[in-house]
Design a protein around this ligand. Structure first.
Ligand code: TXA
Ligand code: MG
Length: 322
């Protein structure tokens, strides 16, 4: 397991490893991804194994340009509008697979759709250009764990799980958004948000000039497997919408108003009440409180607006009993 600074040489080595069927971890603007050549079914299988992920979860395929995305999936009018507005960036579009799409069936879990994203992070961009192949990359954590927002998180998560060695973790610093991409089903005329994420639903609605539906998913049969009820899980129990804090609890605060007095461990997602800053800090904060040995975490309310919708979605999932 080795963390290497994302120098041009390291990026070239990582690209070569990808082309050779290997796995590498790399930074994106949302979270760190664990990448494999999406066209290489064996490499994708190794990825599922490394993550210990349920097989039915399809993966996001990363490419460096919208044109390359259009080769994999059919860009509908809505899809193209969203691509123009948000790519490169933290948006994933689910599109109908095009004939000849080189992505392995295993990466799309056998679906006739493919999820594609053009990331903006300069290291991800350089890597994808150097690799020259579409890269399937889920978040670089063991399945069900909190998504990693630094290279150290990736190393720690796999080491703690006793997973096999990961050849290269490209270190590009902390992920600026700290929250996964927003996944939008753009196969039809009316797009549907399958997973809330770093692009606020309101911003998508603004681009399309009308409200955008959020998939609910029937119980046990989620529209997007990423919407599995309990998915983003620290070891500590979470108590949401907390306005007080117990003696034995850690406090995860938001903003500076009405913070309950607390002699114990406290972290603040954003002292200024900035939802973008809070999203960027969320996963790292949960990890830090876990690492500090907190058995329970009282979480102050986060407003359900803008990125607050996605933050609360992650918190509610993390709060469900295992
Ligand atoms: O920010 C991100 O999206 C990160 C970085 C590394 O790019 N990646 C990520 O990938 O979060 P992953 O595999 O952890 O999440 C993939 C999400 C899941 O919710 C999955 O169900 C959904 O995308 N998805 C993938 N392909 C799909 C498809 N064909 N139809 C519906 N949902 C799909
Ligand atoms: Mg994930």
């Amino acid at each position: 397991m080795s963390i290497v600074k994302a120098s041009p040489e390291a990026i070239d080595a990582a690209a070569a490893a990808l082309r050779g069927g290997g796995l590498i971890a790399f930074p994106t603007e949302t979270v760190y991804g664990l990448g494999a050549d999406a066209g290489n079914a064996r490499a994708v299988a190794a990825l599922f194994e490394a993550k210990a992920r349920p097989r039915f979860n399809p993966l996001i395929v990363h490419v460096s340009t919208p044109e390359a995305a259009g080769v994999l999936g059919q860009l509908t009018e809505t899809g193209a509008a969203l691509a123009r507005a948000f790519w490169p960036g933290p948006l994933t579009l689910v599109l109908a697979r095009r004939p000849g799409c080189p992505v392995a069936d295993l990466a799309t879990a056998g679906l006739d759709t493919v999820a594609v994203r053009v990331p903006a992070h300069p290291v991800a961009q350089a890597l994808l250009q150097a690799a020259g192949v579409p890269v399937a990359a889920p978040s670089a954590n063991r399945s069900g764990h909190v998504s990693p927002t630094t290279a150290e998180h990736v190393a720690a998560d796999f080491a703690a799980a006793g997973g096999g060695p990961m050849p290269i973790i490209l270190d590009g610093g902390a992920s600026p958004h700290g929250l996964e991409s927003t996944v939008v089903d753009a196969t039809g005329a009316d797009p549907v948000v399958l997973r809330l994420g770093a692009v606020a639903r309101e911003d998508i609605a603004r681009v399309l000039g009308g409200p955008v539906a959020l998939a609910t998913g029937e119980a046990g049969k989620p529209a997007s497997p990423g919407m599995l009820a309990r998915h983003y899980a620290p070891a500590a129990r979470l108590r949401l919408e907390a306005t007080d804090v117990g003696e034995d609890e850690a406090l995860l605060a938001f903003g500076h108003a009405s913070i309950p007095a607390h002699p114990g461990i406290m972290l603040n997602l954003s002292w200024s009440g900035d939802l973008v800053e809070a999203a960027a800090n969320l996963f790292a904060a949960l990890r830090t409180l876990d690492a500090a040995g907190a058995k329970a975490i009282a979480v102050m309310p986060v407003p359900e607006q803008g990125l607050g919708e996605a933050i609360n979605d992650r918190l509610r999932r993390a709060a469900r009993p295992a």
